[in-house]
Design a protein around this ligand. Structure first.
Ligand code: ZN
Length: 403
């Protein structure tokens, strides 16, 4: 296949040859260049690596359904119970909702996903099975990794660790944890269950951490202790963790150093509290893998989210108060290859804030073609003229799935 007249990372116009799913050659653009295979007209658009959404909740989305006014009480427990009270009233099944939203995400440029699947005493494995169906429905367009996620805690209700174990034997690939102190109020037991499941299933761990300041740092220190003792370096992600930079400068420095040393990766959803988070550019400079995700989308937790990672990339730049092009482009690198290196640790990680990877000969052709004068302007404008490739095949064009 030949993609003609595109600008990799906003550089000069090129023709990209794709063979066996990978970039085989890059040539300066020549109008009328001949090809034996199919060709895609780039029309001068930017070529960027496609997005990796490392934190979304496909099991709770209501995208495509009528908008519902928000009814949740504040706090994690209030929102969890709001969802529990209403999710069975959704007009579509979990599988239908997850499949529809995943399709919209692909149409807008996402081809790698880590999705949460809530597991608790109320829903059992029902929501997990819905996400599994969505993964299968889009298997040719997107790689989906499912996390077994105890949204209502591991210990507050009976039978949750056993359900987690069952999900991990049935296609879940990641062990999820949540607020070991504030939700379960027994951080040692919570973490021992998580690390036990991870060892049994040889799976990575991803902990959803909303805990404030010192308490969040305390939970993280218990996690770091276990990563060291059990040799789990490179296998733990912290999601949210938006208060870890709020304590003091020495703690911020220490955490960044320890995350780099133990290869702890971080998934941000670009929250409003971003300024209390560990600083994004410092994390990259230290070699810590950081990815971006959309979290819940238009669900019983929140009305935000629209399945568009380019929008969320804008939000990442905005909540970090970035203005310089280099930093806005870095947000695109985080949203694409930063996340990819979390989902597939074999892929190279971002080496610096200026690193613009994944469009060289030999790289798998996971691409987003999108209109834009420069990469930073594309983030500001979020144009709709997009073509998405997954492993060298066009999977979406003009915000519609192909095939
Ligand atoms: Zn979340």
């Amino acid at each position: 296949m030949l993609i003609t007249n595109v600008r990799p990372w906003g550089g000069p116009s090129q023709d990209i040859e794709i063979r066996d799913g990978a970039i085989a050659a890059l040539h300066p653009h020549e109008p009328g260049r001949a090809t034996a295979g199919a060709s895609v007209d780039g029309r001068g658009r930017l070529a960027l690596p496609s997005f990796s959404d490392v934190h979304c909740h496909l099991d709770s989305t209501r995208i495509g359904l009528p908008f519902r006014p928000h009814t949740g009480a504040p706090g994690v427990w209030g929102l969890t119970m709001n969802d529990r009270a209403h999710w069975r009233e959704d007009e579509w099944s979990v599988a239908e909702r997850a499949t529809y939203t995943l399709g919209r995400m692909i149409e807008r440029g996402t081809t790698r996903v880590r999705s949460y699947a809530q597991i608790d005493a109320d829903c059992g494995l029902e929501r997990f099975e819905g996400v599994l169906a969505a993964k299968e429905a889009h298997a040719d367009r997107c790689e989906v990794e499912i996390m077994a996620f105890p949204q209502a805690g591991l210990l507050r209700e009976k039978g949750v660790p056993e359900l987690m174990d069952e999900a991990l034997s049935s296609g879940a690939a990641v062990v999820g944890g949540i607020d070991p102190c504030t939700l379960d109020r027994d951080p040692v037991r919570h973490l021992d269950i998580l690390f036990g499941l991870a060892e049994k299933h040889q799976a990575p761990i991803d902990v959803h951490l909303h805990e404030p300041g010192h308490l969040g740092v305390f939970s993280v220190d218990l996690i770091l202790e276990r990563v060291r003792a059990l040799g789990m370096a490179g296998k733990v992600t912290l999601s949210h963790a938006y208060e870890l930079g709020a304590v003091d400068e020495a703690t911020t420095r220490r955490l960044i150093e320890e995350f780099a040393e133990l290869d702890i990766s971080m998934a941000t959803i670009a929250p409003a509290q971003q300024l209390h988070a560990l600083p994004l550019a410092e994390l990259t400079r230290a070699g810590v893998r950081v990815g971006l995700g959309e979290d819940g989308q238009r669900d019983f937790w929140s009305p935000y989210g629209n399945a568009d990672m380019l929008d969320r990339t804008w939000q990442l730049a905005f909540t970090n108060r970035y203005r310089k092009d280099e930093l806005i482009e870095h947000c695109v690198a985080v949203a694409s290859r930063g996340g990819a290196s979390i989902l597939d640790p074999g892929l190279p990680r971002l080496s610096s804030v200026a690193d613009r990877p994944a469009l060289a000969v030999g790289d798998r052709a996971d691409l987003l073609l999108v209109e834009g004068e420069t990469v930073a302007s594309a983030v500001m404008d979020r144009g709709e003229d997009r073509t998405v490739l997954h492993a060298g095949r066009v999977v979406a064009d003009g915000l519609r799935l192909v095939g």
